[in-house]
Design a binder for this molecule. Structure first.
Ligand SMILES: C[S@@+](CC[C@H](N)C(=O)[O-])C[C@H]1O[C@@H](n2cnc3c(N)ncnc32)[C@H](O)[C@@H]1O
Length: 257
């Protein structure tokens, strides 16, 4: 009998996302994103963006069309990057180890979708049996929290409708926690962090979009991350900003440990 090395799950998961030598979204995620968007809306939003030349616009968030655009244009891209990073830096020997993950700045739930899709692929490969992770998220905007919560549950429902009951849906999705917390409020951040611990903290496209800049970033890197990150845990900082800024944010997170 051959016993597969424990890290074999990483290469199996990576292999499931590779097509023609390129990392792609899973079929489940592609169909989910397509089902949430319409071509007409995407064309219209593309025209708006080309005119304005802006990349991300928090003020547009209230428009449903903008959310569709964000999901199809940004989330689709970031989900892949996050999945690669999560597989790479997963702080456990197996994908069955109830890793506690915190997402800071949810937007439409990009990180939740990336994690849940990983769970879906892993469950189909037979390398995850339900208790993969505990997911929690914070954001200052209750509207984004609601939207991200609804989208991630819609993804879980879609997987269950197509493939039958999913163990991860009952643990990771149903067990998820969503918190309204403004990073500018240092006392609340300190209080929140003092009562919690996480093995992975994801800061994806959030440092560059924090409002207001300055204090919120300081509380994130110097209070929240060192307050909640467990020993041996991983902070994943993924930003579209120039490499210098991203390196500075990543350094501030590392130095605060
Ligand atoms: C561009 S979105 C990031 C979305 C997601 N992480 C992604 O990668 O697609 C930035 C998020 O940061 C949140 N945010 C901005 N300022 C904040 C603050 N002071 N406290 C907490 N969240 C904040 C916004 O509400 C928004 O959801």
């Amino acid at each position: 009998m051959t016993i597969a090395p424990r890290t074999d799950w990483k290469s199996r998961l990576r292999g499931a996302y590779m097509r023609g030598g390129r990392w792609v979204l899973s079929d489940a995620m592609q169909s989910f994103i397509l089902g949430c968007t319409s071509l007409d809306v995407l064309r219209a939003e593309l025209a708006v963006h080309q005119q304005r030349g802006s990349s991300y616009n928090d003020a547009s968030w209230m428009r449903g069309e903008y959310r569709q655009w964000y999901l199809a244009f940004y989330s689709a891209k970031y989900i892949s990057s996050l999945q690669r990073a999560l597989i790479e830096y997963w702080p456990a020997d197996s994908f069955d180890s109830e890793v506690r993950l915190l997402d800071v700045g949810v937007g439409p739930g990009t990180t939740a979708l990336a994690l849940m899709d990983l769970c879906e692929v892993a469950e189909r490969l037979g390398i995850a049996h339900g208790d993969v992770a505990r997911f929690a998220a914070i954001d200052r905007d209750p509207d984004k929290l609601d939207y991200a919560y609804e989208l991630s549950f819609a993804f879980a429902r879609q997987c269950e409708t197509i493939h039958g009951p999913r163990r991860w849906a009952r643990s990771v999705a149903a067990g998820s926690d969503w918190f309204e917390l403004d990073l500018v409020d240092g006392d609340s951040v300190r209080d929140w962090a003092a009562r919690r611990s996480f093995d992975v903290v994801v800061v994806s496209n959030t440092f560059s979009e924090l409002r207001p800049q300055g204090q919120a970033a300081q509380h994130l890197s110097q209070v929240l991350v060192p307050g909640v990150l467990s020993r041996g845990g991983a902070a994943i900082v993924l930003e579209p900003a120039p490499p210098k800024s991203t390196a500075r944010w990543a350094r501030s997170v590392i130095h605060s440990r």
